[in-house]
Design a protein around this ligand. Sequence first.
Ligand SMILES: Cc1cc2nc3c(=O)[nH]c(=O)nc-3n(C[C@H](O)[C@H](O)[C@H](O)COP(=O)(O)O)c2cc1C
Length: 233
Amino acid sequence: MKILGISGSCRENKVSGVHTLVKTVLENTGIEYELISLRKKNIGGCIACLGCVKDNICKVKDDLADMRDIIVKADAYVIGAPNYYSTLNAVTHAFLERMFQFRHQEGDLLWGKLAVSVGVGGTTGQFPADAIEGFMMYNFIETVAKVSGQGAASCFTCGHGETCKVGIPTMLYGEGFKMTDDMIPDVARQPDVMQAAVDAGKLLGERLLKGHDREKVTMGVQQKMMEQFGSSI
Ligand SMILES: Cc1cc2nc3c(=O)[nH]c(=O)nc-3n(C[C@H](O)[C@H](O)[C@H](O)COP(=O)(O)O)c2cc1C
C-alpha cells in the first residue's frame, strides 16, 4: 500500500507551510508514502484536446506525463496547495485539471480512493483545501479530512514588510508596526493546525488499513456531488 503526497507550493520545502503540513499528514498515516513537490515542475493545464477519452491517458507531454503511473498506482492522496488570490495556485490547479484524463467512461482508476486536502494561506488555507476537495470529487475520491493553516505571506520577507501600505503585514498589524521573527506566521508554531495534520494522517491510515469498498465510496461521493449541484442550480 502506498500514498502519494503532492506539495503544490512554489517555495523551497524548508520554508513552505504546505510542504510541512503534507509531510506531517503522510508521516502520521503509518503507511509507505512518496512526496512529490510541484515546485519548478513544468505542468500545463488541460487543453481540452480530448486525446484521453479513449484510453484515459493524457497526450500532453510535460512533467505530468512521468507522474501518471505514480498517480494510478497510489492507494490514496495527500494534496496541498497555497492560497493564491483566494483559490489554488496555478501549478496545483494545472495538476488537478489534468486529472480529467482519468474520468472518462469506465475510467475507474481513481474512483473510490481516499484523500486528505491541505491548504495554507497568508490569511487562511481554507480556499485551496476546499478547492482540492472539489477536484477530488470529480474523480469520486473521498476527502476524509481537510487541514488549513496560516503561512508566511511573501511580504514578510520581501524587505518592505514594515513600510509597504498594501502588504499583508500592514493589513494584519496596522501601519507603523515593528516586525519581529515571531510575527512571521509558521504552521509549525500553530499547535491546532499541526494537531489537525496529525489527526488527518491517523484517520487516513486507519481508513486504509481497515479497508473500504471503493464502489460504495464512489457512490457516496457521487451522491454528495449531485446534492451540491442540486443546491447550486
Ligand atoms: C501570487 C500570490 C498570491 C497570494 N494570494 C493570497 C491570498 O489571496 N490570500 C492569502 O491568504 N494568501 C495569499 N498569498 C500568500 C500565500 O498563500 C502564503 O505565502 C503561503 O504561505 C504560501 O504557502 P507555502 O508557504 O507553502 O508556499 C499569496 C501569495 C502569492 C505569491
